[in-house]
Structures are given as structure tokens and as C-alpha cells.
Design a protein around this ligand. Structure first.
Ligand code: WT7
Length: 628
């Protein structure tokens, strides 16, 4: 008999119970978790059927929450507020689902969503879920090129976007980006545009139409039966930076993902019926999917969605919003905390923050200074602060102290949630010693795992690799004597700017696409506010002079090619880059030079030409930063 059979039975029973108590199924599953890492394929809740929008909306209509606020939206302009009860959100989702059907969207089709933080984004997501279409949300800060790459990769049929976005008081046309992207995406048939401004914008006849007119059409009913879908059908695709090459698609399935989103939301935040939950992450990232939509709405909670940036029109806005809506659970990122901290020095916020009962953070490690400051904001010692760890690939939080039972250690993500099996492995694959760094590996399947990883050609840890040992997250971590985990950073060439994951490979490819650039290497450097900032080394083409103009041009080029997030803090022109004899750029060396960590540079004997390093150290002194 299999000696692990008992443990496997307990594990499956644990998740079966969670799935049963958290979700409404139209047909029960036959198998909780089939397959394992060893066999190379895993499926959750095979045979089960359910619908995500039914679980987020319909079932609350008869459960006493029909008139409860599901979504409260605060626009960038303070006077712009909209509230949707569960009934109202349900009706709009049904109407929009009917619009999608009218446009020819079928089960399994990909629908691109390129919207800023407006309620229509939530409606569009849930409408896709209702009819079994796969939503592909692309962060509205991405450029037309990044949007095109993603829409093209998934062969989206429809794009939902808006005419203008507002950002810190500026009105930014978004439709032209969508137009440019759609020009190169043959699969796109229709584009639905949410109207935000009373201004003219290009609308292509036959392809583009207005969201509000589509909803109001006489043939659009507020009744749309939900499609019955398999637990293993895809719910959404989200793109994230991989170690090599272009952004990789991560596909999450309905059943497993929902169980994980609801379970982790309940376990970490324990939202009650009176809570107001504000997750500040944009819905373009996994945090927004799981903790602004599926988790809290699945649990019948009230979500606050806020448009705009924390400091506009003034630094106090963030606190005023908490006071105005009596926010009780605040889920944000260390970069936001640090920015607010910088402006909060003269005595901190004047607003009444006594409604806060739980503060949570995600995306990168919280430095103790920010932790202490953040914690003092609330009503003194009763407020707990939890640091949570998640990844696009994990679907939801895997590591976090659980609400109420936290023994707080600033900087630690505590332990895996019950049911999650992780290991810290050293480079030989053995369990790392206490306090020694190792790979964070998820040893057993978890329900929020993707339906499929892009496995093609990927051979490095952190690039979605399953092995018999489990899933290597690509993060380096240490476990202290109490068993608490401390995230030390990413192993691979990924830069975390303000908690957003950028692949160095994607930024380098964009730089290399510029006609004046011969070679480029990009690394991350520590940044007080953003956590990490982009540092680019550029070797210009032979006949091109390294001028200020070129620098400015490169910055703008990157902002256009990828988005303002990717614009380098510093660009250093370099006559040559350090390479191994086989011609590989040695990035870890460039990282040390960029960070000014000269003592750690060490042995240069592996370099094809060690004199390059001296030149780079000299060159760093005159490298140009954004500030000038
Ligand atoms: C990577 C995943 C926007 C938030 C979700 C990001 C890093 C995440 C923490 C944390 C230290 C963290 C990891 C991870 N990360 N949470 N609490 N402490 N690092 O999702 O874009 O897929 O990035 O974010 O390096 O691998 P993502």
C-alpha cells in the first residue's frame, strides 16, 4: 500500500471541504485533485461544474445581500462616486453579457479588457465569466505595443476599452493606443468603448461602438442565464514577466482558482458583513483579480474601487478616502506606503482612520521603517498588519499570517496557509538549513495553480517549472527557527518596480529595437520608494554619439514600447558590456556596479575582457539619472 495514501486522503478532504463550503456548484466534482507534479499534469475538481459570476452575484441575491453594496467606486474627481448593490451589479453584468453574445462572443473566446479603474472593468470581467469567455485584462498603463503583443498572443476577438483615462488630473487618450494595437491584431472583430469624456475620439465604423449605447439597446435584456462550465475550463489569462523572452500567459481555471481566491481571502482578511475592503492594486494585476473581484465578491463583501493615484490632488487623498468610506480592510503595496510616508512626515494624516482594523501588504518586502509607520496609522495596537505573498502563477496568497492569530514579525510573511505545502530547498534539492537561503518551492499542487504553464523550452527555475520536487517560484527565501519565512528576492532577472514585475528581457528587447542601440543590458537597483528601479546599460551603434538627446529619446521610446513603468531611472552609456568568453552578458556584475557595490565584484577571470569593468565603474559616475 502507498504509505502516503493517508496524507493524500487528508489533503483532498481538506480542499473538498473548502470547495463545498465556499462555492455553489451546479454539479459536484468527481475527483478533487487528479495527477501530481511527478506525472506532469494536475487537474482540480475534475467533473465539477459551476459559474464564477453566479458565485459572485446570483447566489447573494437570495441570501439576504441583494441590497447590500457590492461595489463602491470613487472616481479621481472626489464628487464622482457610484455604488452598485448586488442586484444592480448583477443586472449590469447580465446586460453586458448579452451585449458580448450579440457581438458573437462564444464560450472559450478571449476578450481583451484595457480599462483603467472604472466599474465597467468589474462588469466586463464578470460578464465574460458569465458566458464562459476568457477575460484577458491588460493594465491600462501599458503601451499600444504591449497591448498588441498580448491581444495577438491570445487571439482576442473583442476589445473593451475607454476613450480617455484620467491620471493625476491629466486626461490621457487611451483609445488611440487601442486603435494602434488593433491595427495589427487580425483576430479583433469588435471594440466596445466606455465613454468617460465629452470629447471627440476616433470611432471606426462597423468595428467600434459605445458601451452605454450597447447596454441601452432595445434587444438587450437584463436576464442572461449563466453558462454551465467545467471546473477545469479557463476563467482568465493574465500576462506576466517570465525569465526569458516575451511576457508569458498564465491561464487560471474556474474551479481551482475560485476555491483559492475565496479561501485565501477568508483566511487572511476574514471579511465580515460590515467590512469595506479596499485593495489598492490595479485590476490589471493578479492581486486585483483575486482581491478586488473574485475573493471579496465571492464571499459577499463590499469592495471599494478607486481611480487615480495616491498623492493626487494632494497627499491626504488616500486618508480622506479611508475616512469617507470608513474603510476597514486596506490591502496595499509597500511602495504606496513609502510614498505616503514621505509626504506624511509633518505629523501624519489628519483624517480619522479609526475604521481600519486590518492592514495588509503585498508585492515586495515591507521594510521595518515602513511597517512601523503603517501600523501606527490605525487605531493603535488593535490593528493587525499582515504581509502576504502571492504570484500571478499562484492565483492567490500562499504565505501570510492568518487574521487574528498573527505574532507579528516585521518583514516576515509568516507561514503557508493551511493546505499549502511549501519547502525551502538548497541548490542540491535538499531542505535548506534554518536561516540559510533557499528556493521557495511549492511541493504539492494547490487549487490556485494555473491550468497550464508555458513549459516550452523553459529550463530555468522560476520560469514555471514543475519538477518532481514541485513548482519553483523563483523566489529566494529563508526560514527562521520558528518556521517563519522571509522573502529575500527573486532569483532571476526580474525587476520589481513599485511591486510590478518587469522582465529585463522585455525591456532589453525594446531597447534593442531602437535604431541607435547596438547592445543593451538592464538590471534592477534598490530604490527607496519603488523597491527597485530600472538601470539600463546601452552601447550605441558605432556611428551614433552618446548624447543627452539620445538619452531622452530612449526613455520616451521605452515608455512607448512598454509603458512608463519601464522608463529607466538611470541610463549609462557603455562602450562595451562585460561578457563571458562564450559571449553571455554577465548581469550580476552589472547589477553590482549599478548598485555601487564595488567590494563585492570579486574575481573577474571569467570575463572575456576584464578591463571593461574599470571603464563601467568610471562611466557610472557620469551616468544620467531621470532627475537630470
Ligand atoms: C512576485 C510576484 C502585485 C502583487 C502580486 C505580484 C514578489 C509578492 C511579496 C511579499 C516579498 C513579494 C515575489 C513574487 N512578492 N509578494 N509579500 N514579499 N516579495 O504578482 O507580478 O506575479 O509578482 O512578487 O518576488 O515572486 P507578480
Amino acid at each position: 500500500m502507498d504509505p502516503n495514501a493517508g496524507a493524500r486522503r487528508d489533503f483532498e478532504q481538506f480542499w473538498a471541504q473548502r470547495a463545498d463550503e465556499l462555492l455553489q456548484w451546479s454539479r459536484p466534482w468527481k475527483e478533487v485533485c487528479s495527477g501530481d507534479f511527478r506525472s506532469g499534469s494536475v487537474a482540480w475538481f475534475r467533473g465539477g461544474q459551476l459559474n464564477a459570476s453566479v458565485n459572485c452575484l446570483d447566489r447573494h441575491l437570495s441570501g439576504g445581500r441583494r441590497n447590500k453594496a457590492a461595489l463602491i467606486w470613487q472616481g479621481e474627481n472626489d464628487r464622482e462616486v457610484r455604488a452598485y448593490t448586488y442586484q444592480m451589479l448583477f443586472s449590469e453584468v447580465c446586460r453586458f453579457a448579452n451585449v458580448l453574445k450579440k457581438k458573437g462572443v462564444k464560450k472559450g473566446d478571449c476578450v481583451g479588457i484595457y480599462l483603467p479603474m472604472v466599474p465597467e472593468l468589474v462588469v466586463a470581467v464578470l460578464a465574460c465569466a458569465r458566458i464562459g469567455a476568457v477575460h484577458v485584462v491588460v493594465f491600462s498603463g501599458f503601451s499600444s505595443v504591449s497591448l498588441r503583443d498580448r491581444l495577438d498572443q491570445c487571439q482576442a476577438k473583442i476589445l473593451i476599452t475607454t476613450d480617455f483615462a484620467t491620471r493625476a488630473g491629466r486626461i490621457i487618450p487611451l483609445k488611440p493606443n487601442a486603435d494602434e494595437a488593433m491595427d495589427d491584431c487580425a483576430a479583433i472583430e469588435k471594440c466596445i468603448v466606455v465613454r468617460r469624456q465629452d470629447r471627440d475620439i476616433n470611432m471606426e465604423l462597423g468595428r467600434d461602438s459605445w458601451y452605454h449605447l450597447e447596454l441601452a439597446a432595445a434587444d438587450i435584456s437584463a436576464c442572461c442565464p449563466a453558462e454551465t462550465l467545467d471546473a477545469t475550463d479557463p476563467l482568465f489569462v493574465l500576462y506576466t514577466a517570465g525569465v526569458t523572452g516575451p511576457p508569458k500567459p498564465v491561464t487560471h481555471g474556474i474551479g481551482g482558482y475560485l476555491v483559492h481566491a475565496l479561501y485565501s481571502c477568508r483566511e487572511v482578511f476574514a471579511p465580515g458583513d460590515d467590512d469595506i475592503f479596499w485593495c489598492t492594486a490595479d485590476i490589471g494585476w493578479i492581486t486585483g483579480h483575486s482581491y478586488s473581484i473574485y475573493g471579496p465578491l465571492g464571499l459577499g463583501g463590499t469592495v471599494l474601487q478607486v481611480e487615480g493615484v495616491p498623492l493626487y490632488p494632494e497627499p491626504s487623498r488616500f486618508w480622506q478616502i479611508i475616512e469617507k468610506f470608513r474603510v476597514s480592510i486596506l490591502y496595499t503595496a509597500p511602495t504606496v506606503i513609502r510614498v505616503l510616508m514621505r509626504y506624511g512626515e509633518g505629523g501624519g494624516p489628519a483624517a480619522d482612520l479609526s475604521s481600519l482594523r486590518l492592514l495588509a501588504s503585498v508585492g515586495e518586502t515591507v521594510n521595518p521603517g515602513a511597517w512601523e509607520w503603517f501600523k501606527k496609522l490605525g487605531a493603535g495596537e488593535e490593528v493587525s498588519l499582515v504581509d502576504t505573498w502571492c504570484q500571478t502563477e499562484t492565483g492567490g496568497i500562499l504565505l501570510a499570517p492568518r487574521a487574528g492569530c498573527a505574532r507579528e514579525k516585521p518583514g516576515s510573511v509568516a507561514k503557508p496557509l493551511p493546505g499549502i505545502d511549501i519547502a525551502v530547498l538548497d541548490s542540491t534539492g535538499g531542505e535548506a538549513d534554518p536561516d540559510a537561503p533557499g528556493h521557495l518551492v511549492v511541493r504539492s499542487p494547490w487549487p490556485g495553480m494555473p491550468l497550464s504553464f508555458a513549459r516550452s523550452g523553459a529550463t530555468r527555475p522560476g520560469d514555471g517549472i514543475y519538477s518532481a520536487a514541485g513548482y519553483d517560484t523563483g523566489d529566494i527565501v529563508r526560514r527562521d527557527g520558528d518556521g517563519d519565512l522571509w522573502i529575500m528576492g527573486r532569483l532571476a532577472d526580474i525587476i520589481q518596480v513599485g511591486g510590478h514585475r518587469l522582465g529585463t528581457a522585455e525591456i532589453e528587447a525594446a531597447l534593442l529595437a531602437h535604431p541607435s542601440v547596438a547592445e543593451a543590458a538592464v538590471v534592477g537597483i534598490p530604490d527607496d520608494e519603488k523597491g527597485e528601479a530600472v538601470y539600463a546599460y546601452v552601447t550605441p551603434q558605432r556611428n551614433v554619439a552618446p548624447t543627452w538627446r539620445l538619452l531622452e529619446d530612449l526613455r520616451q521610446h521605452l515608455a512607448r514600447a512598454i509603458g512608463p513603468l519601464a522608463s529607466p531611472e538611470i541610463i549609462q552609456f557603455a562602450a562595451a558590456l562585460p561578457k563571458t568568453r562564450s559571449g553571455k552578458i554577465i548581469r550580476h556584475l552589472l547589477k553590482k556596479i549599478a548598485a555601487g557595490d564595488m567590494d563585492a565584484i570579486g574575481d573577474l577571470s571569467a570575463l572575456a575582457d576584464p578591463s571593461v569593468v574599470t571603464e563601467l565603474i568610471e562611466g557610472k559616475k557620469t551616468a544620467s539619472s531621470k532627475a537630470g
